[in-house]
Design a protein around this ligand. Sequence first.
Ligand code: BES
Ligand code: ZN
Ligand code: ZN
Length: 475
Amino acid sequence: MEIAITSQNFKDHAADILGLFVREGESEQEDFKGKDLETFLSYSTDYKTKRVLFVGLGKEKIDLEKIRRAAFLVANKAKELKALKVAVRVPKLDYSMEQISAAIVDGAVLGNYKFDKYITDAERKSVKIEKLTLVFDELQPNTVKASMDREKIICDNANMIKELVNENAFVKKPDILAITMEKIAKESGVSCKIMDEKELERLGMNLILAVNRGSRHPARLVVLEYNGDPKSSEKVALVGKGITFDSGGLNIKDTGHMETMKQDMAGAATVLGIIVTAAKLGIRKNLVGVSPLTENMPGDNAQKPGDVIKSYSGITVEVANTDAEGRLVLGDAIAYAVKNYKPAMLIDLATLTGAITVALGDYAAGAMGNDNELIKRLSEAGERTGERVWQLPIFQESRDDIKSEIADIKNLGFRTTLGYGGSIAGAVFLEKFVGDTKWIHLDIANTAFMERERYYLRKGATGFGVRLLIDFLSK
Ligand code: BES
Ligand code: ZN
Ligand code: ZN
């Protein structure tokens, strides 16, 4: 999608569809009041673009998220009508024009994506918008177009990540996914090192290998590096869960819980998306991404409940449940990042627990960690981007609950399989591998993959975390 900017009277601008945002009570149309995200399609010869979609902004709380959604409604109607040149008149609100324009780009570009590569019926395939023009009443400084271009890059990368997450598990087995990630990384100058199963054995990454044992496809560890601030030695580590399919292993998942488990590599994909975007934008940060990739399968050599594994860090782990595999692979990946890169801060992204959906629905990702100030800053980035983050507490009792009688720790807490603070149990397990590094654990099991459509978030993969972390790292 090409994006452009013009300052001309919106009535004189020619496109296939024009989006006009209207506050409640300011509508001149009889049957359209301008209520919250109410829409009204009209055809008028008064305008150069005769097809006009009016979108209501309501009265109160006209924030950037509402603008994203309003822009999505225009983009979605355009796709429906195969109106491929889209114009939006930019409204004046209590935000800078840079912010408002970026929000419109968000809604349109994210909403332009649909996972339809396997639909063969041409009629059902969604058309892609070709051009988005933002129409301003007044001439704008260059910073406005710059902000739009920047946002476009971020959203394009979020869409690329969605495509990886939506892809069949059988076309993203660890070796293939690793090569795909490498290709994407190198295209934007991010260095990538792939460790194969022999290397993982040599290093003693036994938690990753234990999870991998039930699968016929060997594991990989993908290490990405981007040095945007070569004068500094400070690094931020991003660790992403990359389970290319989570069957549960021998503690196999029930029908109803397994169907969407191709999404379980969303953390790894998001880490790639963040680092590649940072490189394209030239963000002044040194980033290292560490993502373990493996299936979790119940093959005849699979790890078994009751096994004790010695991790890369030396901590021994009782595998109490093979379906709590994310924390196992992340334990080794986090320890590897901490030991080899000594990052100033580490953020892990993982579709870790079903329990996070019990706690937060699909409304906000769960954040836990050892630095409340950092979590607060991430939450603020969440408010700005609409990729919301909500902090959950870590109490001493939950640390006590992962003690094992036969090993140092186990991968379950008290009644974790029944819910019981399940997301926190995941966090206190990871905490053991973090040492004294500043750390945030982001549980995205509820936000990486939507079970329903909500405005510019289509059903399926959402790309959650790319816009959030780019905002966080840019500040
Ligand atoms: N990958 C799942 C978590 C998940 C659930 C992700 C739903 C996305 C949507 C994770 O590996 C898992 O199976 N967690 C278990 C943990 C339990 C065995 C302690 C869960 O949430 O049930
Ligand atoms: Zn699992
Ligand atoms: Zn999993």
